[in-house]
Design a protein around this ligand. Structure first.
Ligand SMILES: Nc1ncnc2c1ncn2[C@@H]1O[C@H](COP(=O)(O)OP(=O)(O)OP(=O)(O)O)[C@@H](O)[C@H]1O
Ligand SMILES: [Mg+2]
Length: 411
């Protein structure tokens, strides 16, 4: 080799002056050099192959980590729907191990109701090269539950590296659940709004009728009395005329007092803020008198202490709960006795409305179609109270509201 090098480096090698021995020697050197070169080449090839293997290994580990820890599932299916690859994240999301799914038809995992649509969509998708689709469908979890998944798929059947339809799928069950409860809440809210409007309209009509019937009639009576007095005053001033005027004035005085009371009552009904003036106990007492006049039910009301002091929001929502409960008793309970108890403890207000009517199954009380009980629960929630309804067939229903009270502030 050194020889060769020396020969190689010697630009003035003159073959004509070389002996045969010199030429043989040169050829031997060249052969040795060629072998050494080939060995070096082999060594280099090996190093390159090792480096490629290592890079591939690293890439594979990187890819595995990505797919395993991704919240998505990556699936490849062939053109007949057979799963040829599925990322191991599938176990976390659907409970199956990848080896359980590979080789199976993907339709096996789709909810039966979604299969016709999926076949149609997949059929369309594999007809177009590079075609991408986004779809959502229901998949059966290994535990039997149904999950809602959304997937993005791409037709790579003609791509020799993939030769399949590749899908990137993620679980949207929670999102769907939130969407559906939002829709339900919106529906209930709309119903509540309509109910409120109906209640307001009914109340308006009732009060208008009361003003017309009670106040109107009394005023007409008074106006007739005034006309009579006017006529009497034109007559000669005799003892009998004076006595009649005296009687009429007394009657009118009574009618005016009654009228003032009636107008005050109507005004009271119009202003719910009266609750703040009267307090909850007095407002309940006043309403019970009204129910007492209209129904055959016997009412008993206990308030301890006699007048309970709450803030305006608490007064208003407890009063609304009371009104919903009383309306239900009159409409549904067929009760003979109703007991209403307001009890103030150091840090708690307990409010109970108990009837001895026919009771109701829990399923009916909790039906999402009616709004009374739903509103009661919402009212209780608004003021941070707990509302519990217990009902027993033929024994009655009792509603208990427990409102935590703040500690009184000491100076
Ligand atoms: N005190 C009660 N005794 C017996 N059944 C009752 C009583 N309160 C409620 N229910 C039953 O529970 C159901 C639900 O009551 P809820 O107040 O929610 O609705 P509703 O009174 O039917 O209609 P609305 O939405 O107009 O209030 C009633 O239809 C009735 O069957
Ligand atoms: Mg009701």
């Amino acid at each position: 080799m050194d020889n060769l090098k020396s020969n190689k480096n010697n630009d003035n090698v003159n073959i004509e002056t070389m002996t045969q021995d010199d030429i043989r020697h040169l050829i031997q050197n060249l052969q040795t050099y060629q072998i050494e070169l080939e060995l070096k080449n082999e060594e280099l090839r090996n190093i390159r192959s090792e480096l490629t293997k290592e890079k591939l290994k690293k890439d594979e580990a990187f890819f595995k980590e990505l797919t395993e820890n991704s919240s998505d599932i990556i699936v490849v299916v062939n053109k007949t729907g057979i799963i040829t690859y599925v990322s191991s994240s599938v176990e976390r999301l659907l409970g199956y191990k990848p080896e359980e799914m590979i080789g199976q038809n993907a339709y096996k995992y789709i909810h039966p109701a979604d299969i016709p649509r999926s076949i149609l969509d997949f059929g369309k998708a594999i007809l177009t090269k590079d075609h991408s689709v986004t779809n959502s469908f229901h998949i059966l979890h290994k535990d039997g539950s149904v999950r809602t998944l959304e997937g993005f798929g791409k037709n790579l059947l003609d791509n020799p590296d993939i030769s399949g339809f590749i899908m990137n799928i993620h679980d949207i069950s929670e999102r769907k659940q939130v969407e559906s409860s939002l829709t339900t809440s919106k529906r209930i809210l709309q119903k509540l709004r309509e109910r409120l409007q109906t209640v307001v309209d009914k109340e308006r009509t009732r009060i208008a009728r009361e003003i017309h019937d009670d106040v109107g009639q009394s005023l007409t009576g008074l106006s007739m009395d005034l006309a009579l007095l006017r006529r009497e005053l034109d007559k000669p001033d005799t003892k009998s005329v004076r006595s009649l005027i005296g009687v009429k004035l007394n009657e009118m005085n009574c009618a005016v007092s009654l009228l003032v009371g009636r107008v005050r009552e109507i005004a009271t009904q119009l202003r719910l803020e009266v609750l703040d003036d009267l307090g909850l106990s007095a407002a309940i007492r006043w309403k019970i008198r009204e129910f007492d006049e209209r129904t055959q039910i016997r009412y008993r009301f206990k308030s301890n202490p006699r007048d309970i002091s709450l803030n305006s929001k608490q007064n208003s929502f407890l009063f609304r709960i009371f009104m919903e409960a009383m309306t239900n008793i009159v409409r549904h309970a067929k009760a003979q006795n109703v007991e209403i108890i307001l009890e103030q403890k150091p840090l708690l207000l307990k409010f109970q409305i108990i009837d001895d009517g026919k009771g109701s199954p829990k399923k009916i009380l909790e039906s999402s179609k009616s709004l009374g009980i739903y509103s009661m629960k919402e009212y209780a929630k608004t003021i941070g109270a707990r509302l519990n309804i217990s009902s027993h067939l033929r024994k009655g229903t009792s509603i208990t509201v427990e409102l935590p009270l703040e500690k009184p502030k000491h100076d």
